[in-house]
Write a protein of this length. Structure first.
Lengths: 319, 324
């Protein structure tokens, strides 16, 4: 069956051969054309899908910025408009949303301060705790090392709302409810299992011999961590900090439960969710609030995307 | 452990290196353990106790662990209350369909950005945005986008696509979708929150599937190509089997998280229009009626259902996968 002619014919490639005299094996020809058809269709489909995904993921953010620059009267007149003319652009929405309530605004500047404070403190507390923990798990052989990991994973099986009830009661009793400190502690406890995982993976890549050399030189355990392991693990620590910052900045449920009746302590997330229901505040002003809430996260994310993605998915390649 | 205790005055014997390491390990880990125990483990245990007590938010300060009245009434109240079964059904539909959609989209997204092209980094980063952006902000944007009066979707739908009237996506329990002349009942609001969930969480699946895809050895795919397997055949027989592990893991994680999800639905619909899931009920018992017992009982029921589903999954699906 396989004559040299056939081989040159099929190797010839894509064009459909209709001339009858050549003895082409039917199956071989069909498979070849299927290969070509699939490759072409998939090649087109790929770009269609990429365009679809980009459009679908970016549109709500575009729409957010767009609405924040329009006046609510114009929005009501033309809700379907997908751009804003330069004449119409207004920044009053931002002025309104940022101004304190005493000046007739919504007080988002204060919320920004609260959110920043909570997020940064959460980063510091979580890092302090998880650097020590991750180092111990990656370097030291101790009783219960394996079980600790299972414990941390089990934590994630329970809904956050299940923790909410006792924490609500507990914090009310010891007077931490309504304080930003309580929130920081909760965020630290929620993120520590993941941050330990992220840092541990990195600590394990630091050569042990470096630490042993330092130990021979008379460094104590804590000195070794501070002088040797930490400087080497800088990228991982950056990634971990960003992760914690984002979680703390975005968090909603615990902020709602702990802080809802104290407006001066609201975070940006809580502030926006609470004001979103009110009829008096124009939608476009709230949209400016949404932009203010989202912008820091998006900027941070684009600056550090690669670092963060590698930190989170390290270990996932193994499947 | 007791032999390791070092007494300040007379040192009896130096702890061995192993004991030293043991102690150092536990000491370094202790802050972590304290945080997790006090703020996660103890609360979980306390919730379990609360579920069996007759207790309200107003009496919780007075009732202790031992003088409380223990009862199964909370469970009876919760399980027989109006809407419980509906909420359970909604939660399961939301979790299963949402998880499937999110992973499906994530898989497609990972496949299309697998090979390098100009601007790939930017495309990849923008596909992660829904997941990293604050939930409150994106839920608010969706609310406005889908709003019958101000929203762009309804404006375009009625002006350009010829919809008869604006669709109240987030407040309508059942709408009719006319398809080829047939009216089809559709749970509008539930469908919308499921779509939101797919939109927001597909990046998570995308991220992990992409990481796995890029670590796959190229030789297998190359060999199949040489043997004449078409792109679809190569995907189905070569690539997909190698992704099974990560997809199974994602399915479990996403199912757990979606089942427990509270923020998304609470922010989008407040649990109205047929979207009330169990976690929203937990919240309502706690804040609306100050019924801590019923709230705790509901969350325990949730954990139990989740455990049953996972057990079932690991028993019947995970094992089959491990077989070669």
């Amino acid at each position: 069956m396989t004559t040299p002619e056939v081989r040159t014919e099929t190797a010839g490639g894509a064009e459909r051969e209709l001339a009858p005299p050549r003895p082409v094996t039917p199956r071989r020809a069909r498979r070849l054309s299927r290969e070509v058809v699939e490759t072409r269709v998939l090649g087109v489909l790929k770009w269609v899908m990429i365009a679809f995904f980009v459009a679908v993921t970016l549109f709500p953010f575009y729409y957010m910025v767009l609405l924040s620059l329009r006046t609510v009267e114009n929005l009501a007149l033309e809700p379907g408009l997908l751009w804003v003319s330069l004449k119409e652009v207004t920044f009053d929405t931002y002025r309104n949303v940022l101004r304190s309530t005493d000046d007739g605004g919504q007080g988002f500047l204060l919320f920004l301060r609260n959110s920043g404070l909570v997020a940064l403190s959460s980063v510091v507390v979580t890092l302090l705790v998880s650097i020590l923990g991750a180092y111990a798990i990656s370097r030291l052989e101790f009783f219960g090392r394996r079980q600790v990991h299972a414990l941390f994973l089990a934590v994630y099986l329970f809904p956050a709302i299940l923790l909410a009830i006792p924490l609500f009661v507990f914090f009310t009793r010891i007077g931490l409810r309504g304080s930003l400190l309580g929130l920081v502690l909760v965020y630290a406890s929620q993120t520590v299992p993941v941050t330990i995982h992220m840092l541990r993976n990195y600590f394990e890549t630091v050569p042990k011999s470096l630490e042993e050399a330092a130990a021979v030189d008379g460094y104590s355990r804590l000195q070794i961590i501070r002088r040797i392991s930490l400087p080497l693990a800088k990228p991982a620590i950056m990634a971990t900090s960003l992760f914690v910052f984002m979680i703390a900045w975005n968090e909603f449920l615990f902020a709602l439960l702990f802080l809802v009746d104290r407006r001066e302590r609201w975070t940006v997330s809580l502030g926006l969710s609470q004001l979103a229901g009110s009829i008096e505040i124009p939608t476009t002003v709230l949209m400016a609030g949404a932009v203010i809430l989202t912008l820091p996260i998006v900027v941070l994310f684009f600056l550090t995307e690669r670092l963060l993605v590698e930190g989170l998915t390290s270990g996932a390649e193994k499947g | 452990m007791a032999t390791v205790d070092v007494q300040p005055s007379g040192r009896r014997r130096r702890p061995t290196l192993r004991q030293q390491e043991n102690r150092a390990g536990l000491a370094l880990l202790s802050p972590t353990l304290v945080v997790v125990l006090v703020l996660v483990v103890l609360p979980i245990l306390w919730t379990t106790v609360l579920a069996f007590q007759r207790i309200r938010l107003s009496t919780i300060r007075r009732v202790g662990l031992f003088d409380a009245e223990y009862t199964l009434r909370n469970f009876q109240t919760v399980l027989t209350s109006r809407g419980f079964l509906d909420a359970l059904k909604t939660t399961l539909i939301y979790s299963v369909v949402g998880t499937t959609l999110a992973i499906g989209l994530g898989l497609v997204a990972a496949l299309v950005v697998r090979s390098p092209f100009r601007g790939r980094t930017l495309v990849r980063a923008s596909m992660l945005l829904p997941y990293v952006a604050p939930i409150v902000a994106v839920a608010f944007v969706w609310q406005i986008m889908l709003n019958p009066e101000l929203g762009v979707v309804n404006a375009i739908g009625t002006d350009l696509l010829g919809w008869d009237e604006a669709v109240p996506f987030l407040t309508e329990r059942t709408g009719t979708l006319s398809l080829f002349g047939f009216g089809l009942g559709v749970p509008t609001a539930l469908l919308t929150v499921i779509l939101f969930q797919a939109w927001r969480y597909f990046p998570f699946a995308f991220l992990f599937i992409l990481a796995r895809l890029q670590a796959l050895p190229a030789e297998l795919d190359e060999a199949a190509r040489v043997d004449g397997a078409t792109p679809l055949q190569r995907f189905w027989h070569i690539t997909l089997p190698q992704l099974k592990g990560v997809i199974a893991l994602l399915a479990v994680l996403r199912f757990i998280w979606t089942f427990n999800e509270f923020d998304d639905i609470f922010l989008l619909t407040g649990g109205g229009a047929g979207t009330e899931v169990l976690s929203v009920r937990v919240f309502r018992y706690l804040t609306g009626r100050n019924d801590v017992g019923a709230s705790a009982a509901t969350s325990l029921v949730m954990a139990a259902i989740l455990a049953v589903v996972l057990l079932f999954y690991f028993r019947y699906f995970a094992r089959r996968e491990e077989a070669p």
